[in-house]
Design a protein around this ligand. Structure first.
Ligand SMILES: NC(=O)c1ccc[n+]([C@@H]2O[C@H](COP(=O)([O-])OP(=O)(O)OC[C@H]3O[C@@H](n4cnc5c(N)ncnc54)[C@H](O)[C@@H]3O)[C@@H](O)[C@H]2O)c1
Length: 293
């Protein structure tokens, strides 16, 4: 299979992740079919990708004709069979719901090309939870991109218990071909690499807070100036959304049984109070509504 030029990618789900992953691949020359159940969402994806890339053109970082060609390489459809039946790689990036993902993989098993790679972008579900034997597990893996995929360079390539070495080599080549840096996670574990390390470091920050060792502001300042993180754990939580931060910890706690992942009391209280970070103007910090002049 030729991975560049001739390879076809299908992305299932045109939300925050799928839309930009599709566009990133098209910028690298791949033909991409982007599928969603919602026509409105497909249109939003197209508009948002155009806006993001027009900023690059305005800054002189992208040629206008190249932008048009790259947008033209993404075809939009609500028809999963049309999107995925001719694809060499199918990447599932739908809402984080087990049943929805299982149903998609079940359908893909029936009509995808026998040698196509079937991958999931899930942050929390290893591909082995999403497929049945009909899918041929040796060709299935996780490809975990980071938000926003048009900017973030890293992709975790996660080997499921039955994924073949050949699939992993092809998946790594695909990630490189679309201008991204792959890392191989050799065992399917909750949180993969980045989220496990991030959770442990930020959990320690919450423990320091809950036990009265330092304030939110001082822990953020310590981590930003002492460890050179662009954002301390609390500013990062406000940006991500404290509900998402809480749910990710609760999921890790439930799936691993490891008490080190148990969500902090103060984090739980923020979520219960509806103080979810920037999106509600109040989290660990206050974010006044900006009035446009
Ligand atoms: N947002 C992040 O920061 C992030 C980062 C890494 C990985 N992920 C993972 O990526 C996946 C998608 O996340 P997102 O943030 O893009 O979600 P999102 O809610 O922005 O988008 C999900 C899209 O899936 C579509 N969809 C739902 N059911 C479908 C179906 N049956 N067929 C086709 N389309 C369907 C929805 O219409 C929606 O457009 C999740 O598995 C998530 O864990 C998210």
């Amino acid at each position: 299979m030729s991975q560049r030029g001739g390879a076809r990618l299908a992305v299932v789900g045109a939300g925050s992740m799928g839309a930009q992953i599709a566009q990133q691949a098209a910028l690298s020359g791949l033909s991409v079919a982007l599928q969603d159940i919602s026509e409105d969402q497909l249109e939003r994806a197209r508009r948002s990708n155009r806006q993001l890339l027009e900023r690059r053109v305005a800054k002189g970082r992208l040629d206008a004709a190249y932008l048009e060609a790259a947008l033209g390489r993404v075809s939009l459809t609500t028809d999963l069979v049309q999107a995925a039946s001719g694809a060499d790689i199918v990447l599932e990036a739908v809402t984080e719901r087990l049943e929805a993902k299982r149903e998609i993989f079940g359908r893909l098993a029936a009509f995808s090309k026998p040698d196509a790679i079937l991958a999931s972008n899930s942050s929390t579900m290893g591909v082995s939870q999403l497929i049945s034997a009909d899918c041929r597990p040796e060709r299935c893996c996780n490809l975990h991109f980071f938000y926003p995929p048009l900017v973030m360079d890293l992709v975790e390539v996660v080997k499921g218990p039955q994924t073949s070495d050949e699939t992993i080599q092809r998946a790594i080549r695909f990630v490189r071909d679309i201008g991204r840096t792959p890392v191989l996670v050799k065992k399917e574990i909750p949180g993969f690499i980045v989220n496990r390390i991030l959770h442990m470091a930020t959990q320690e920050a919450y423990r320091l807070l809950d036990s009265g060792v330092a304030s939110v502001e001082d822990i953020d300042t310590a981590v930003e100036k002492g460890l050179n993180w662009p954002l301390g754990p609390f500013r990062l939580g406000d940006l991500t959304g404290l509900d998402i931060t809480y749910n990710a910890r609760q999921h890790m706690y439930e799936t691993t049984g490891d008490p080190r992942y148990k969500p902090s009391k103060q984090l739980a209280a923020k979520v219960a109070a509806g103080e979810l970070g920037r999106k509600t103007q109040q989290g660990w910090y206050s974010y006044p509504i900006e009035v446009k002049q």
